[in-house]
Ligand binder design. Structure first.
Ligand code: DGY
Length: 326
């Protein structure tokens, strides 16, 4: 009799994803929706696991691998995997998988929601009404910035950056992008121009950050970069918080350059109500919800479950991150 692979799941996921795992594996689950599994519990539960189905809130590092002698595969329910020490996994021939593609359009939608909300001061307007401060329609009351016809600068022109650019065509925007490599397909499809970062920052009305977090991108946006931006520019971050020096952003926004920041991600998440950026009127903050629609989060979970089961049952793995090390 063959024994079924054992899988530990670090959060309550949609039933469709759990069913995929249960069909082929023995499943144990941290059965909480809003509370991350405590590290000690994870280290205990992983001791006899062959596979781990995890989230971006779980730190997957050498310490975890030390506690998991049987581990063969880790599936993360995310496209980003900066929470994972990939070389440590590869050194032990543990496969990592992620969920690229399924969240592209949903995350691009949120980037646009943040751009529009910043440009037209939607959150400020709501706050003002709630505070009983709307006294009259006035000529220059709550004026913001036009999105149509403006210049959009995309930093990191991968799948999501390209999806953000495609949407900009409907708003007749000039599109610039900065990327490690030029993206000729994006240029052909949208007329986007590849620019050096400093030029993009200086010329864009909207700057949307979509780079993955890495040693090169950590702290990529600091005092120098904010000082290059236009005073009425809107800075949008939907990638990872640590690409931005938050103290520098706070000082820059107070000084009025850029004019606005709309942020989905933060240096340390979750942020509390006492976060300094929340004291500024020209900041919109949302709680890391780039991919947070019912359909997309469900698809991410099922894709991650499919990746993991494939890895543990010797099938071709749809989205391996480190296939060469396996
Ligand atoms: C990811 O997938 O990396 C996002 O940050 C969560 O959707």
């Amino acid at each position: 009799m063959t024994t079924r692979p054992r899988v530990y799941v670090t959060r309550r996921l949609p039933e469709a994803a759990l069913a995929i795992v249960r069909q082929a594996c023995e499943l144990r689950l941290w059965d909480e929706e809003a509370i991350a599994v405590p590290r000690a519990t994870l280290l205990r539960e992983i001791a006899d696991a062959d596979g781990l189905l995890s989230l971006l809130t779980d730190r997957i590092d050498a310490g975890l691998l030390d506690a998991a002698p049987r581990l063969r595969a880790v599936a993360t329910v995310a496209v980003g995997y900066d929470n994972v020490d990939v070389p440590a996994l590869s050194a032990r021939r543990v496969l990592l998988t992620n969920t690229p593609g399924v969240l592209t359009e949903t995350t691009a939608d949120l980037a646009w929601a943040l751009m529009m909300a910043g440009a037209r001061r939607l959150v400020e307007g709501q706050r003002l009404i709630s505070a009983g401060q709307w006294t009259s329609w006035s000529p220059m009351f709550m004026v913001g910035q036009d999105v149509h016809g403006a210049t959009l600068g995309i930093v990191g022109a991968g799948r999501i950056g390209s999806a953000v650019a495609r949407r900009a065509q409907g708003f007749a925007m000039r599109i610039a992008y900065h990327n490690r490599r030029p993206a000729p397909e994006l240029e052909a499809a949208t007329g986007a121009r590849h620019q050096p970062l400093d030029q993009l920052l200086a010329e864009s009305d909207f700057i949307v950050v979509l780079v993955p977090l890495s040693a090169e991108t950590r702290g990529m946006f600091g005092t120098r970069e904010f000082a290059l931006m236009k005073p009425d520019a809107t800075f949008v971050n939907v990638s990872r918080g640590p690409v931005v020096d938050e103290a520098a952003l706070y000082a820059a926004l107070r000084a009025g350059r850029p004019g606005y920041a709309a942020l989905d991600v933060f240096e340390r998440e979750p942020i509390g109500a006492d976060h300094p950026l929340l004291t500024l009127p020209n900041v919109i903050a949302v709680p890391h919800i780039g991919s947070a629609t019912v359909a997309t989060r469900t698809r991410m979970a099922t894709v991650a479950a499919t990746n993991l089961v494939a890895a543990l049952t010797g099938q071709p793995v749809p989205h391996p991150v480190n296939p060469e090390a396996w």
